[in-house]
Design a protein around this ligand. Sequence first.
Ligand SMILES: *Cc1c(COP(=O)(O)O)cnc(C)c1O
Ligand code: SF4
Length: 357
Amino acid sequence: MNTIKKLDILLRDGFIHQEDITALQKVVGNFSFAISEQLYKRIDKSNECDPLVKQFIPTKKELDVSHLELADPIGDNVHMPVKGIVHRYPDRCLLMPVQVCPVYCRFCFRKEKVGTADATLSEKELQDAYAYIRHHQEIWEVILTGGDPLILKPQVLRKIISQLNSIEHVEVMRIHTRIPVVESRRINQEMVAVLKNAKPIYVVLHANHPNEFTEEAVKACSALVDAGIPMLSQTTLLKDINDNIEVLSALMRCFIRNRIKPYYLHHADLAKGTQHFRTTLAEGQHLVKQLRGRFSGICQPTYVLDIPGGYGKVPVGPCYIRQTKNNTQEVAEYCVEDYCGGVHVYPCSLREESGNE
Ligand SMILES: *Cc1c(COP(=O)(O)O)cnc(C)c1O
Ligand code: SF4
């Protein structure tokens, strides 16, 4: 068995209780349950707070929907010109060939969509998607996401990539995936060969806790990077999973050690039934402030919020500078905070400085 998809296994192993089964059936009816064997084996069964349990084992809490939560938390639907494409920013678009994942993160921002095999694009739908990209010369980058695009067979992915290769204005591709850490064996030689493409393909790995870096995961990432495929990271900030400085810094160092550049730290989106995963923005800002300065500059991700309604991602990290006075025509004065909290004045000249007076 490679994937655990049944509640009775969770019951057998004591992760869920018989009296909750009706509620949990409802939960997994709304949003599928799956965890790869690779991660299931890694769970510390004696620890109820195990970060993998929290991320992947369904709970009744998912039935509590806050009035703030949304079915389409980041506004994908308002920018979907054809099935499988989200075109929100001018120079890049998402292409979602599948909506299936090898694991289902209980906090998934697309939980209303993922897990449905019939959302996989048909050949005709794929052709329509390529036609859209071909007609939009401003699209410089195509981001394959979903679902997890690396769940596709290498030969299927190869076809998609070769179609994108043939569109001249598409210069770069990106793949958002969790596969290297959750089902590492899929990163085999054939897959690596597909990703080693003439046009650069950046692989952006979604990982949230150092425990996800099993021996297999480390090998898979290394196979990609050794083949010259650049890797970036994305992490969702999750309450009681990675919202403390020890875990967060260890995770960022883990990325760097595996030659993966930390890219985004996402504030958890307002997906339905995920309030038990969300921190406050102030907590997130406090954490990234603790990272800055104390940990290497290359360990710093950008803390971002995806604005509901489809307005895109913006950095929401702490601000280190404010203008105090605009006292003269020549100099604007700012207060700048260093990473230890000390405050310093910075004079910013507004005109060309005259030398010797
Ligand atoms: C996140 C996202 C992107 C990628 O954004 P970057 O800031 O370039 O990483 C592109 N399109 C959509 C619709 C997205 O949600
Ligand atoms: S891997 Fe990504 S798309 Fe799949 S369930 Fe997790 S967050 Fe959602």
